[in-house]
Design a protein around this ligand. Structure first.
Ligand code: SF4
Length: 417
């Protein structure tokens, strides 16, 4: 894409909101409703079915920000709709462009004051590949998994998002794209939160994205990422949709993965990969494995060989992404020559590998980084304690010792899947 992205939402100067500051708006978001639900709502009020279709059109294809602007509907119906539903569950949005306009990072404020993020990435057309516009969305406000290299993990868990709060991130991005005559081509659940710990709402959102009467995006253009909630992966496999499964792997050896992805203490890496393998077998879709590359921690030859051994013969694709600097970690991203050497060793085992770069590093494109910035930085003493803990844990992991600490948020993970 050569042109600047259109119509950048003005800076709202969102204020810190480390936790919910006011009660949630009890009205459901209208984007969470199916055609059948809206038709039933209209029928209860004696309205014809075409009124429900008009609402759906306004929600999914219109440029309006509010029911009051949907002039295809009579004023009385607009008022009824506004009483029953929220047109937009994202109360405020601030968009910051970077990478010469190729990346737009949005911070959204929810009705209770919590902040979440989405990132819109533009990929210009090139030989053999069409122009793409990919949106990375959040499924939770905060996250309970607590990966130490992640700014969202640093924020802790606040709450699950409603389906409409997930979907409205997509509507916001699509409205910005539509102003330039463009359309969102891909949606990835890789923003804040562990999607499989909010699986019911994530599945509702996928259904809406997939539904031709609503967003109409093919399942093959949707990817769901997980840090390894094995029951959730199995549930996705049983449902059989053709969307892409992405595993946030980060390490192939259990001692190190215990530290980098604390959920590994409950579902070790072999179980996660076995569940992903079943998903690939059932859907015929290649599983993507993501590794955030951290200098001197998970980028050694031994790590590359362990990964190659783990995935040998699988329907798999590996993405290597040098880590973004996060304030509370003592780590830095792996240098590119190290990442290339790692990639070559994994490729030698016949596994496809791509080296990717985290978009928008100067605006904090590591997930949760911008929301963390709004929430305020931890004190130097807290940062020091966290760094010391991470150093001690990773040193033990590099000696091959498994963590004795409990896995985080297991109840939530088991209940959600
Ligand atoms: S990397 Fe993903 S799973 Fe881990 S803490 Fe961050 S948001 Fe949660």
């Amino acid at each position: 894409m050569t042109a600047q992205p259109p119509e950048i939402t003005p800076f709202f100067g969102l204020r810190p909101a480390p936790s919910a500051t006011r009660p949630r708006d009890p009205r459901p978001g209208v984007s969470g409703l199916s055609a059948e639900e809206l038709t039933a709502w209209a029928a209860e009020r004696g309205l014809p079915a075409y009124r429900a279709r008009q609402v759906l059109d306004a929600v999914w294809r219109g440029r309006q920000d509010d029911f009051a602007q949907v002039l295809t509907l009579p004023a009385a119906i607009r008022e009824q709709l506004a009483e029953a539903f929220r047109f937009d569950t994202l109360a405020e949005t601030e968009v910051r462009p970077t990478d010469g306009g190729l990346t737009e990072k949005a911070v959204h404020r929810l009705s209770d004051g919590l902040l979440i993020e989405s990132v819109l990435m533009h990929y210009p057309a090139r030989v053999g590949a069409r122009e793409r516009h990919t949106l990375c969305i959040s499924s939770q406000a905060g996250c309970a998994v607590g990966c130490p290299f992640c700014a969202t993990g640093e924020l802790g868990m606040e709450r699950d998002l409603e389906a409409a709060e997930i979907l409205d991130q997509v509507r916001h991005a699509q409205r910005r794209l539509a102003a330039a005559g463009k359309h969102l081509t891909n949606v990835v659940f890789m923003g804040m939160g562990e999607p499989l710990m909010n699986l019911d709402r994530v599945l509702e959102a996928i259904e809406a994205l997939n539904d031709p009467a609503r967003f109409g995006l093919g399942a093959r253009h949707i990817a769901v990422s997980t840090s390894g909630v094995v029951p959730g992966i199995r549930r996705l496999t049983a449902l059989g949709p053709q969307f892409t499964l992405a595993i946030s792997l980060h390490a192939a050896r259990n001692p190190l993965r215990d530290v980098l992805v604390p959920l590994n203490r409950r579902w070790p890496v072999e179980e996660v990969v076995a569940a992903a393998r079943e998903h690939a077998g059932a859907t015929g879709r290649r599983v993507t494995y993501e590794l955030t590359m951290i200098e001197g921690i998970n980028d050694t030859d031994a790590d590359a060989d362990a990964l190659a051994e783990l995935l040998r013969g699988d329907l798999a694709h590996v993405n290597l992404i040098p880590m973004n600097q996060v304030a509370h970690t003592p780590w830095t991203g792996s240098p590119i020559p190290v990442v290339e050497r790692f990639a070559d060793r994994v490729r030698a085992a016949g596994i496809a590998v791509t080296i990717r770069f985290n978009r928008g590093t100067e605006i904090g494109a590591a997930c949760g980084q911008l929301a963390a910035e709004h929430a305020g930085q931890p004190t130097p003493a807290v940062v020091k304690r966290r760094r010391e803990r991470i150093v001690a844990q990773s040193a033990a992991a590099l000696r091959g010792e498994r963590s004795s600490e409990p896995a985080p948020a297991l109840a939530a993970a088991e209940a959600a899947s």
